[in-house]
Design a protein around this ligand. Structure first.
Ligand SMILES: [Zn+2]
Length: 69
């Protein structure tokens, strides 16, 4: 699926609900679009990655994957 395009003001207000970090566009292991914390979240080198389902970012802590960068 193509990367969803957001209005810039929408993109700017999207934040990690856990640490209120800005989010960056990434892809998960399957190449699907996702949003990931731009800063450490919960531990050194740990970021939360939120899925984008049908073009809608799912910014729920329970649905996030913690990844180590
Ligand atoms: Zn975060």
């Amino acid at each position: 699926m193509a990367r969803p395009e957001y209005e810039s003001w929408v993109r700017e207000i999207l934040r990690c609900p856990v640490g209120l970090h800005p989010l960056v566009d990434v892809e998960d292991e399957q190449g699907a679009p996702a949003l990931q914390c731009a800063e450490d979240c919960g531990g050194k080198g740990q970021r939360r990655r939120y899925p984008v389902v049908d073009g809608i970012p799912v910014l729920l802590a329970d649905d996030a994957t913690v990844v180590t960068v």
